[in-house]
Write a protein that binds this ligand. Structure first.
Ligand code: CP3
Length: 341
């Protein structure tokens, strides 16, 4: 079994630096686009056999050191009572947005083992299909990022509606965020019981908050979520983007591994995260650069990690549509060749 990813998460020495990519399964891959011609994104997510097939596509094509469950961050919104759909070219569209204390009180607490059992079934099938080739990562959204979709109704550039709820009705915000923290904690526990060998908490957009607002409105809930994962024998990864000003606070929130994006140099970011492993942090758009420029970027990340135990190579955010597959593959090979002993 290739356990370099799990060892790096635990800051143990490894034979070579493990590498995987956020959105390693997706539209940049011809195999994925072929399946998407036949099925909607939500059908792929809700049909265990299809989710397994998509999860395995990059394992076969790229030689990465971990698999990430193919699913979507927003699936838990539906059983909460917030239906949504993905519209071509627009991304997610939420039908009934959450904007007031009344909206929050209408939300339904649910049991992930029931409401999201298709996801757990995909995990069970995946462990069998992977057969120890590489570890399987499960994931869920952090309270801020998940709430922001429910409140904004889709993606946002300034998170004005989300921040407005915080400022105008802090108790309603805190009720919503703590409900999400508890549910996502339970969901991740259920994923681990089903076979996930590590879990990543995506707080992709939390960098939009000031440090003071993060501490007041988000940190207590992130802590609740990670507290609920205590006692599980799997590494936890805490990911966000644009969080150069939040790293110490995120570390307080929890996570054995902290994600860094390309805006923060890996060496100075890591210095501020005493005792944690780090994951990152190549700029995903470098995958569009000429090969020499791309690999120089990879070398720079590796030099900043300096061969210290506890580095998981990844991008600072997900692979973008249109990314040339051969460049992704070249990064995997380069990281392995440069760091292999
Ligand atoms: O390979 C993997 O990383 C696993 C699959 C995965 C998906 N979504 C599938 C997907 C993961 C980990 C996610 C998480 C997710 N979903 C996040 C957090 C990660 C991040 O990017 O920060 C967020 C914010 C979402 C919500 C979401 N899903 C948005 C905003 C969109 C539309 C934007 C876009 O890229 O089009 C999606 C759609 C989505 N989820 C796609 C995939 C492969 C692309 C859509 C498609 O096939 O039509």
């Amino acid at each position: 079994m290739n356990d370099t990813f799990l060892r790096a998460c635990r800051r143990e020495p490894v034979d070579r630096t493990p590498v995987w990519f956020m959105r390693q399964a997706g539209r940049y891959m011809p195999e994925y686009r072929a399946l998407r011609e036949k099925h909607t994104l939500l059908t792929l997510c809700r049909t265990p056999e299809l989710a397994v097939e998509v999860t395995l596509q990059p394992i076969d094509a790229l030689g990465v050191d971990a698999a990430i469950l193919f699913s979507d961050l927003l699936l838990p919104l539906e059983p909460l009572g917030i239906p949504f759909d993905f519209k071509a070219g627009e991304g997610p569209v939420i039908e009934r947005v959450v904007r007031s204390a009344d909206d929050v009180s209408r939300l339904r607490r649910f049991e992930p083992r029931e409401a999201l059992r298709v996801v757990l079934e995909a995990i069970r099938l995946l462990r069998r299909a992977l057969d120890g080739r590489v570890p399987l990562i499960g994931f869920a959204g952090a309270p801020f990022t998940l709430a922001s979709y429910a409140i904004e109704g889709g993606h946002s550039n300034n998170f004005a509606a989300t921040k407005s709820l915080m400022y105008q009705d802090a108790p309603a915000w805190h009720r919503f965020a703590s409900l999400l923290a508890e549910l996502m904690g339970d969901y991740l526990r259920a994923q681990v019981e089903a076979g996930a060998q590590a879990v990543q908490v995506f707080d992709s957009w939390v960098g939009a908050l000031s440090l003071a607002d993060y501490r007041e409105f988000v940190l207590p809930h992130v802590r609740t979520l990670f507290e609920r994962l205590k006692g599980l024998d799997v590494p936890t990864i805490h990911f966000g983007t644009g969080t150069g000003h939040l790293l110490e606070a995120q570390r307080e929130g929890g996570g054995d591994v902290i994600g860094l994006d390309w805006r923060t140099p890996l060496d100075t970011g890591w210095k501020r995260l005493e005792g944690a492993a780090v994951q990152g942090n190549l700029d995903p758009t470098l995958l569009f650069a000429p090969r020499e420029r791309l690999l120089a970027g990879v070398d720079d990340v590796l030099a900043q990690a300096g061969g210290r135990p506890g580095h998981v190579f990844n991008l600072g955010h997900g692979i973008l549509p249109g990314t040339p597959v051969e460049n992704v593959k070249a990064v995997v090979e380069h990281v392995h060749a440069r760091t292999g002993r």
